[in-house]
Design a protein around this ligand. Structure first.
Ligand code: HXC
Length: 512
């Protein structure tokens, strides 16, 4: 046979994966094939495949007769919006995308190349887990990947899209990566599936309920982003990449921006006159950030804190904001975990942080205490303290108690701290404070309720404002809200050259 013909035939064979019938069955499930996904993700014509002709080495269970070129995973490099990425895309049509020794070797190879070259790795996961016929070599292959995920953590961004089943130990590679994305009704992640759950705990639960996009997007927080279909999910990867740098030595891409009138009048009217009335912190974010640039992460999980990327004058920032519209913006276990994880990502990859504060404190109760609000709240405190990127804080309203310290206060290394005139920076709310410190006066008064009101008013006037903190320099400036965007543009600009080093150590011991 003509040698070029042989090459072309092999390519055609590899491109067919598990064959036409299995491709049809993949489409029938509403799923794209591994190659279609790659095409959607990368710039047209930019994909360079590595290891197209890799074959598995199994001899058991008749597998030696079932060879599929590429062995169930497409690997290589490409560009997305002109920037390089390495990628792997598991092919469910070949042994259900299951991970064999050689399948793992292909993934390991591109991870090593990505590390050497300082380029993000995108994993498109669609796999039945360990290739059952191979046994322990498959488990070894997984561990080789987990190890590299860990070494790459904080060096290059790692993004995992879950586009099918992801079960057993296989979930732990995505779990170590920076972001997990899922698709509603076609992707699942669980350590043990519904059948095992039924046997062990007698719970009747579907795959979707147990480990679908909505379960992990809203209940467990395992997934950061969920999408109604694969096309939107892949667009989500591209969007995410636009906010982040290629590696920990680089800055995120900056977009051209011409400064104009940066005053945003609407900011003056967002805080309600009544301090106990909620408002949506996203409205504040929309006004502060460049138009339509806010990209929310973990949107449906721990909604009492809002985190996400945005741009300010064309530059990427990470935003961590209390959300007064949900549970009054209180900090609890999940919101602390969510905030901490995001802060650490931004710090790994040189993305400056903006913190918007309206927090009444930590959530009280046995549930929170017994599940470790102390350890979990400390994660957020630790993450902010440890972050050396530019850190700027705006207190819009409440900054009470320990939560004041935690939310990127001056004391834990913020570079600039602003407060709006509506800010209340105090140990606690006026009523709670008055009830404690004026307990005797109130109980011995002829009209205790009237006395309480008087003392609350007294406390409010003296303490529920930003000026005590400003007098100490804990707040650098009390600003008219409409000027916030302009102030932030300048403050982030002057911090661009920030250079802070942590004390020399092997690594810190964040309270996990
Ligand atoms: C080998 C597998 C496979 C696997 C699926 N296939 N999973 N082959 N090893 N793990 C094959 C099937 O035999 C079938 O081959 C094809 O892939 C499609 O599978 P179906 O079952 O027909 O598809 P579907 O109905 O969509 O179900 C998908 C599935 C199911 C939910 C993933 O196949 C399944 O439960 N598979 C086993 C999952 C599992 O237990 N994996 C091990 C987890 S433990 P044909 O030839 O018919 O097309 C693990 C340990 C990791 O992963 C540890 C790391 C530390």
């Amino acid at each position: 046979m003509d040698k070029y013909q042989l090459l072309n035939d092999k390519k055609t064979q590899a491109e067919l994966g598990g064959g036409k019938d299995r491709i049809a069955s993949q489409h029938k499930k509403g799923k794209l094939t591994a190659r279609e996904r790659v095409e959607l993700l990368v710039d047209e014509g930019s994909f360079e495949e590595i290891g197209m002709f890799v074959e598995h080495r199994s001899k058991d269970f008749g597998l030696e007769k079932e060879i599929y070129l590429g062995d169930g995973v497409i690997t290589g490099y490409a560009t997305v919006n002109g920037r390089a990425i390495y990628l792997f895309s598991q092919d469910f049509t070949v042994f259900g995308g299951s991970l064999s020794e050689t399948h793992a070797e292909k993934i390991v190879k591109i991870m090593d190349l990505a590390m050497r070259n300082g380029i993000p790795v995108i994993g498109l996961n669609d796999s039945g887990g360990a290739r059952i016929q191979e046994g322990v070599v498959s488990l070894g292959g997984y561990a080789d990947i987990f190890y590299r995920n860990t070494l790459a953590s904080g060096v290059i961004p790692q993004i995992s899209a879950i586009l099918g089943p992801c079960a057993g130990g296989a979930v732990y590679s995505p779990a170590i990566t920076d972001f997990i994305m899922m698709v509603e009704n076609s992707s699942y992640m669980f350590v043990t599936g519904p059948n095992v759950v039924k046997t062990v705990t007698h719970e009747d639960v579907t795959s979707e309920e147990l480990g679908g996009a909505s379960a992990h997007g809203s209940k467990s927080g395992v997934t950061h982003l969920t999408y109604p279909n694969e096309v939107e999910c892949i667009n989500g990867i591209k969007k995410l990449l636009s906010y982040i740098p290629q590696n920990c030595e680089e800055q995120a891409p900056a977009f051209a921006y011409d400064l104009g009138d940066e005053r945003r009048e609407k900011l003056n009217s967002i805080i309600p006159a009544n301090p106990s009335q909620p408002y949506d912190m996203r409205e504040v974010i929309e006004e502060i950030a460049d138009s339509e640039s806010f990209f929310e992460i973990h949107k449906d999980f721990a909604e009492n804190i809002v985190v996400g990327f945005a741009r300010i004058a064309g530059r990427s920032i990470g935003i961590v904001a209390n959300q007064p519209a949900v549970l009054a913006g209180v900090l609890d276990i999940n919101s602390s975990r969510k905030g901490a994880r995001f802060v650490r990502f931004c710090d790994c990859f040189n993305i400056p942080l903006l913190t918007l504060v309206d927090v009444p404190g930590f959530l009280p109760g046995t549930d929170q205490e017994w599940h470790g609000i102390i350890t979990n709240g400390a994660k957020l405190l630790y993450a902010f303290s440890e972050a050396t990127v530019p850190k700027i804080t705006v207190i819009t309203r409440k900054a009470y108690g320990g939560a004041y310290d935690v939310m990127n206060s001056k004391h834990i290394g913020a570079d600039m701290n602003y407060a709006w005139p509506t800010a209340e920076i105090a140990v606690m709310g006026a009523k709670g404070a008055a009830e404690i410190i004026f307990k005797k006066e109130i109980s011995s008064a002829e009209n205790p309720a009237g006395k309480l009101d008087e003392m609350v008013a007294n406390y409010t006037e003296n303490f529920a404002n930003p000026y005590k903190a400003a007098a100490r320099g804990f707040v650098d400036e009390v600003i008219e809200p409409a000027l916030t965007r302009q102030k932030l543009i300048r403050a982030f600009q002057v911090c661009e050259t920030k250079a802070v080093k942590l004390p020399r150590k092997k690594h810190g011991n964040i309270p996990l």
